[in-house]
Write a protein that binds this ligand. Structure first.
Ligand code: EPU
Length: 417
């Protein structure tokens, strides 16, 4: 397994181009299953999760033609509504094909994703919504089987807003009979992006981006060409890295409007954010101060940036309190940060971080995608060498991360095994 080795202590200075958003590209690729033709998704990031999703679509019988950051998905020969465990287990977002498949085939059989490093992550709300739309649900041998002759519009309320759940049901409702209303829907920008794409296909969705989404079923959707939005979490990660290393990074194509909560917190710690047209400059100033972070659904502080922010707080003056409200087990990075000298106490969903004068390089292990990014930031500010193992997690969600960081002054190399 590859390792990343970083010699800490360099300020990050220069330009980084932000790639297309993983969490937008995946539902857009799933949406291609809703018609019989060939859709083209452009600005696709070069990531492991995208490769896995392509393999999943190929398994279903789609023809995939990818080149130059675009992927053509031809659905005309699709032959099976079954997604096996081998593919689903490596990527939970595979569950996004459930809604489109049951629409296409009247039946879908998808392996249940199971828990993962950040929490149990059930899909009960996806299934509840499909059931409300008239589908029959059966769970057997680790697979969920969903069948419906024709889905019907329904009123659906989520007890907690779920991003992929909202996306799944929005896709399923597009070709259902009648009107579906999703209350307490997720308001994440990726949901709005999917609704915009579905409307371009001929769908009739209003209210996406708010907690109430109305979907009027239509008879048919047509293939489209659609460009994936820039990745707000990748951009946010580099903004934090810039502030933490007291750097000066110009992030090209940065979706800064979608990073309001992070921008405010970064200003509170003492960083500067300068918006220059489509680009954003993040400047770290010495010394950074502590700030409290409570994650919540969009537009709140994203859980996907909690770990990265914690690494910066490990070397900021004062005490900061982190409260993770989205996932029950998203502090896996803490024990690794402690190996680098961090002072962090965890009690349930709260972590108290006491800023230390420095972190020291150590061998650490990545446990999930965002935890890996936090270890990378800790390594960049740490004294001496840090070796991060299990970096396949990083490759799932950060395109060319070592090239991008090396280009702005980080001493970073990948050791291939
Ligand atoms: N939940 C349920 N039942 C469900 C679905 C969700 O109880 O049926 C709970 C979850 O356990 C969690 C909360 O609802 O406590 C929110 O989870 P959500 O369903 O919104 O998460 P997700 O859709 O599985 C997406 C992103 C995650 C991101 C979360 C939260 C994709 C492909 N994944 O996951 O991204 O953390 O929303 O914003 O869009 C990442 O990129 O590293 C990542 C984990």
């Amino acid at each position: 397994m590859d390792k990343i080795v970083i010699e800490g202590g360099n300020r990050l200075i220069g330009e980084i181009a932000i790639s297309g958003a993983k969490n937008s590209a995946l539902p857009l690729m799933a949406a291609a299953l809703l018609n019989d033709g060939c859709s083209t998704i452009t600005n696709i990031p070069n990531l492991k999760d995208i490769d896995t999703f392509k393999r999943l679509l190929e398994h279903l019988g789609c023809h995939i033609d990818d080149s130059n950051r675009s992927v053509k998905i031809n659905v005309s020969d699709i032959k099976t509504p079954e997604a096996p465990y081998e593919l689903v287990k490596t990527m939970r977002a595979s569950v996004l094909i459930l809604g489109p498949l049951v629409t296409h085939f009247k039946r879908a059989r998808v392996s249940l994703p199971g828990g993962c490093a950040i929490g149990a992550r059930p899909i009960n709300l996806h299934l509840m919504g499909l059931e409300r739309m008239g589908a029959k649900i059966k769970i057997e041998h680790g697979y969920v089987e969903v069948s419906a002759e024709k889905l019907k519009g329904a009123d659906i309320y989520f007890d907690v807003p779920t991003v992929t759940g909202t996306e799944n049901l929005m896709m399923a409702a597009c070709l259902a009979d009648g009107i579906t209303v999703i209350e307490n829907a997720a308001k994440e920008p990726e949901v709005l992006e999917l609704a915009t794409a579905l409307n371009k296909m001929g769908g009739c969705i209003s209210g996406a981006g708010t907690e109430k989404i109305r979907i009027e079923g239509v008879r048919k959707l047509k293939p489209i060409e659609y460009a994936v939005m820039p990745d707000r979490i990748e951009a946010g990660t580099y903004m934090i890295a810039s502030a933490a290393t007291r750097g000066n990074l110009l992030l090209k194509n940065c979706p800064i409007d979608l990073l309001e909560a992070l921008s405010i917190k970064l200003k509170e710690v003492g960083a500067e954010i300068i918006i220059e047209r489509n680009n954003t400059r993040g400047i770290g100033n010495n010394p950074t101060r502590s700030v409290d972070i409570k994650t919540s659904p969009y537009p709140g502080f994203p859980t996907d940036l909690q770990a990265q922010m914690m690494s910066m707080m490990c070397i900021s003056s004062g005490l900061s309190v982190f409260t993770e409200t989205i996932f029950e087990n998203r502090f896996m990075h803490v024990s690794e940060l402690k190996r680098m000298g961090a002072n962090i106490q965890v009690d349930g969903r709260t972590a108290i971080v006491k800023g230390m004068p420095f972190l020291s390089g150590a061998p650490v292990m990545a446990t999930d995608l965002r935890a890996s990014a936090s270890l990378l930031i800790a390594a960049l500010v740490g004294e001496g060498e840090t070796e991060i193992s299990r970096v396949y997690h990083l490759d799932r969600g950060y395109e060319s991360i070592e090239e991008k960081l090396a280009g702005v002054g980080a001493k970073i190399k990948r050791v291939r095994k």
